[in-house]
Each structure stands twice: as C-alpha cells, then as structure tokens.
Design a protein. Structure first.
Length: 221
C-alpha cells in the first residue's frame, strides 16, 4: 500500500543520503528503552533541519519540544564551535533521556535543556533579551499561536522559524474540526499569513512517520 511505499522511499533516502549514524541510532534506542513515544522527526527530516541550520549559518538556535533530543542533536551538529542551542521540555524524564543522548553525542557544551512549561521558560528568555537565528517549534501544538508570538520577540531580520506537524493527515483544512490542536494550527496559519514581518510557506510531507508537514517562516524586518 501507499504507506509502505512511503516507508521504502524513506529507507532508500536514508541509506544513500542520510546514512547510518551510531550516535543518532543509540539515541533512538535509548528513547525506546525509556518508553518515550517515537514522535521524533524522521532521519531525513532531521537532516533537513541540520541543512537549514547550516544554510542559515545559525549560531543560536531555540527548540521547543526536546523529547529525547533527536532533533536537538541534528540541529546542534550544525552549530559553529561557539554556537548555542536552548531546548525547552516539559517532561523531566524526556529531558533526562535527552541530556544523556546529548552527552553521548558530545554536544553538552553547546546544548542547554530547560525543563518546565515552555511558556514559563519563554518568559524568562524574554527577560534575558535572547535573540535566535533559528527557532524550531515542536512541542504541544495547542500553544503554537503563543509560541509564534514569542518566536517573533526572539527574532531579528533573517531568523528562520519552523513548525512541525502542521498538516496532520490533511485535517488542517477541516474548519469544523473539534481537535484543539487542529484549531490552534489553523489559528497559527492565519497569524503567519497576517504578520507583515514574515515570508512563509508550508510543505506537506509523507514517509515512515505518516502524512504531515512543516511550516517555514522567515523574519524579514
Ligand atoms: N523535537 C523532538 C524530536 O523531533 O526529536 C520531538 C518533540 S515531541 C513531538 C514534543 C515534546 O514536547 C514532548 O517531549 C513533550 O513532552 C513536549 N511538550 C509538550 N507540552 C509541552 C509544554 N507545554 N512545554 C514544553 N514541552 C512540552
């Protein structure tokens, strides 16, 4: 069936262009052993985030939603030596597993996980006048409209903001959806569309992780 084909193509891409990587495979194993849900980005998507961070020349990256640090490792690997990544995670168990995966990846010097409600951590980052070159938003989807507002506060012209899971098997076009994540994502799209500082698009994705999508917004002023 079609989903099997998506998975096979992911595998083909993985084998040729992403390639086996002990640190990342160990991270996924550790996540599974600790009982974390396997809702990390797919390997080819992780590499896309890595490539975007490199294209951007990102020195400071903010991530919302660490889980076991799989996307964190991809993003942090793109940083220059003095680069910094701050990742926000609600669940202390997720954060603990992520920290050990990040240590194993040799990235603990540039990655800081902040445990707690993302909205609380974001308030503190605002007080510290933090600025980021790239912001990857992949936490609880109901708060995405709030996360966009914070992301804009941390941005300078050139900051790239990325949201994961904005298509949800096409449910995004259902204005009558009773799913609060879908309604929040629809609000997010409206906000992005109306925000004059943003140039944006969204891309539908298929693969071993199903049918979903990313939204990309570049801050221009
Ligand atoms: N970015 C990760 C990756 O690709 O490897 C996956 C992140 S997973 C989809 C979402 C994470 O957001 C979960 O670990 C969850 O505990 C966390 N989360 C959920 N609600 C949150 C909140 N209010 N504040 C901070 N983190 C939250």
């Amino acid at each position: 069936d079609i989903e099997t084909k998506w998975s096979k193509v992911d595998e083909y891409i993985y084998n040729l262009l992403v390639q086996s990587d002990e640190v990342l495979e160990k991270a996924l194993e550790a996540n599974e052993e600790a009982g974390l849900p396997s809702i990390d980005v797919a390997p080819n998507q992780g590499k896309m985030l890595y490539l975007l961070a490199r294209i951007k020349g990102a020195q400071r990256i903010l991530e919302m939603g660490t889980l076991g640090g799989y996307s964190t490792i991809w993003l942090a690997r793109a940083l220059p030596e003095n680069g910094r990544l701050v990742s926000l995670e609600l669940d202390p168990i997720h954060a603990k597993v992520a920290q050990s995966n990040i240590d194993r990846a040799g990235l603990s010097a540039c990655v800081e996980i902040q445990v707690g409600e993302a909205l609380d951590s974001l308030d503190k980052l605002v007080e510290q006048y933090e600025i980021f070159d790239m912001i990857f938003i992949d936490a609880d989807k109901v708060n995405n409209p709030h996360y966009l507002q914070y992301a804009l506060q941390f941005s300078r012209p050139g900051t790239l903001i990325i949201f994961d899971n904005v298509v949800r098997e096409g449910e995004i076009i259902d204005g009558d959806s009773t799913d609060s994540s879908i309604q929040a994502t629809r609000t997010l799209f409206q906000m992005i569309a109306k925000e004059p500082r943003l140039v944006s698009t969204a891309i539908q994705t298929v693969g071993g992780k199903g049918y979903d999508g990313f939204a990309f917004a570049l801050v221009t002023e």
